[in-house]
Design a protein around this ligand. Structure first.
Ligand code: OOG
Ligand code: NI
Length: 468
């Protein structure tokens, strides 16, 4: 087998992301509307801010934005999760981070499969937030057993999909025809099924335990539940959504509006009520409904260091002590005011964020800088290089998720009446055992990117300094 004829994992991922987007546009037309709105706002934002355009061009990240999105799926068993890990690896996507959603009243824990490393991210940063249902959080033992049996009985991957994953692993890649078939077969795993695989009665009991349990257990497969394009101005999209016939949730999750965006801001529109059918005791189909699929948009900012993240978490908690956002949006203005007020304590210019060690940055040599004037000492000191104007710095984009925001998104889709509570019970160890591998530590990853960029700057100037 000739490795040279294998299709790159980045190309398979880009092709899968495009296929997923086109499928979801057909399944949920409002997603298509959202895509056009985001494209329009992004173009306007770039036209109005040459500085932002320049930064994106300089860092070679302008092109990826129009193609950028994340999706979310929820699976029911450790075996399904472990197989997904193998599926995503064929597309160059690896599990990063652990998210415990139980503390937010959602009986799942999660990771994000995504490309790692600069080159792969630039080509296509497609990510999939992947949750595993925690049956251990269902209190009713009988119902738990029924749910377990139902999940055990299903096979969410086609035999062809499985054999292509095995082939990719054995050969070290896939050739063109196999790669195309792989995309098609895996896409089918995530499509919507309007015929439930459980009876209406079981569906209702699962639904009463938690709406999300019904969503995971009742269907043939883990339908994609949303796809999220990336916008450069989330406030503008939020304001324009109603004019496009889409009604957004009341508040944007995450940090408030800022000159220098940090982490992640997200908003969504409510899940659709969709018609589904269930088999009754006589084996006939009965019509019912299910709400699961929704739309979301996000704006990404700088990745924060542990110190920056601790400050973010503290300020968010402080603001929520003043006002907690009500699911019906009734106190949205008061919440936004409290949030904005709390975040006055977070520096809002890139240099202070950088100097105080709150965010991660990528350093690049300024090509026009005359190298001859540098002393050996300057070239070893990144601060000196920055001060001299020999090196520029750009924020490293946050590629991951935020558990509190994820919980807000989950909640807004569960409806205002869902008050089930679980005790926080993170269990990263079990999750990683089920997954079959540890998840990557996001901080270590960003730190590595920053360090490598500093090293490249040093190398760039070093030979000249030594010669002088
Ligand atoms: C996932 C919710 C989390 C995000 O953007 O934070 C998420 C889900 O609803 O399954 O996608
Ligand atoms: Ni999402």
């Amino acid at each position: 087998m000739n490795a040279a004829t294998f299709i790159s994992t980045d190309v398979i991922r880009a092709s899968f992301s495009a296929a997923m987007s086109s499928m979801y546009r057909t399944e949920v037309p409002a997603y298509g509307t959202l895509l056009s709105l985001v494209a329009k706002v992004n173009a306007q934002t770039l036209a109005a801010s040459p500085e932002l355009r320049h930064r994106l061009e300089q860092t070679d990240t302008l092109d990826r934005i129009s193609e950028e999105r994340h999706g979310a799926i929820r699976v029911g068993t450790p075996a399904e999760l472990a197989m997904l890990r193998r599926v995503f690896a064929v597309m160059g996507m690896y599990p990063v981070g652990y998210y415990d959603l139980s503390e937010a009243g959602v009986p799942v824990h999660s990771t994000a499969f995504r490309p790692v490393g600069d080159a792969a991210l630039k080509i296509n940063p497609f990510r999939v937030f992947t949750s595993l249902l925690r049956l251990d959080l269902i209190a009713d033992a009988e119902l738990r057993e029924e749910a377990r049996k139902t999940l055990q009985a299903r096979q969410i991957f086609s035999p062809k999909a499985i054999s292509l994953v095995e082939k990719a692993e054995a050969q070290g890649g896939l050739e063109l025809d196999d790669a195309a078939l792989f995309v098609k077969e895996i896409l089918a795993t995530f499509r919507w099924h309007d015929q439930a695989s459980v009876s209406g009665d079981l569906y209702r009991r699962l639904h009463d335990a938690h709406r999300l349990i019904a969503d995971v257990v009742s269907f043939k497969g883990p339908h994609i539940n949303h796809l999220t394009p990336r916008t450069l101005d989330i406030d503008a999209v939020q304001d324009l959504m109603p004019a496009y016939g889409i009604s957004p949730k009341a508040v944007i999750e995450g940090p408030p509006t800022r000159a220098c965006p940090i982490l992640l801001r997200q908003t969504s529109f409510k899940a659709l009520e969709e018609s589904v059918s269930f088999r009754n005791a006589q084996g006939e189909w009965e019509t019912g409904s299910h709400t699961a699929r929704f739309g979301e948009i996000e704006q990404r900012g700088v990745a924060l260091t542990p110190k920056g993240r601790a400050l973010y978490d503290r300020l968010l908690t402080e603001s929520r002590k003043v006002v907690r956002p009500a699911p019906d949006g009734s106190n949205a203005d008061a919440y936004i005011a409290a949030l904005t007020d709390a975040f006055k304590a977070f520096p809002d210019d890139w240099d202070r964020i950088r100097k105080q060690g709150l965010g991660y940055f990528r350093y690049t040599p300024v090509p026009t800088f005359p190298q001859s004037g540098l002393s050996a000492r300057d070239t070893c000191d990144i601060e000196a290089l920055v001060a001299l104007g020999a090196v520029r710095f750009d924020p490293i984009v946050y590629e991951d998720f935020l558990p509190v925001s994820a919980a807000g998104i989950f909640q807004s889709n569960l409806g205002d009446d869902d008050s089930q509570k679980f005790t926080a019970s993170p269990s990263q160890r079990e999750f990683e055992t089920d997954l079959g591998t540890p998840v990557l530590d996001e901080f270590a990853h960003y730190e590595g990117l920053q360090k490598a960029s500093i090293e490249r700057c040093r190398q760039h100037f070093k030979p000249v300094a030594l010669a002088s």
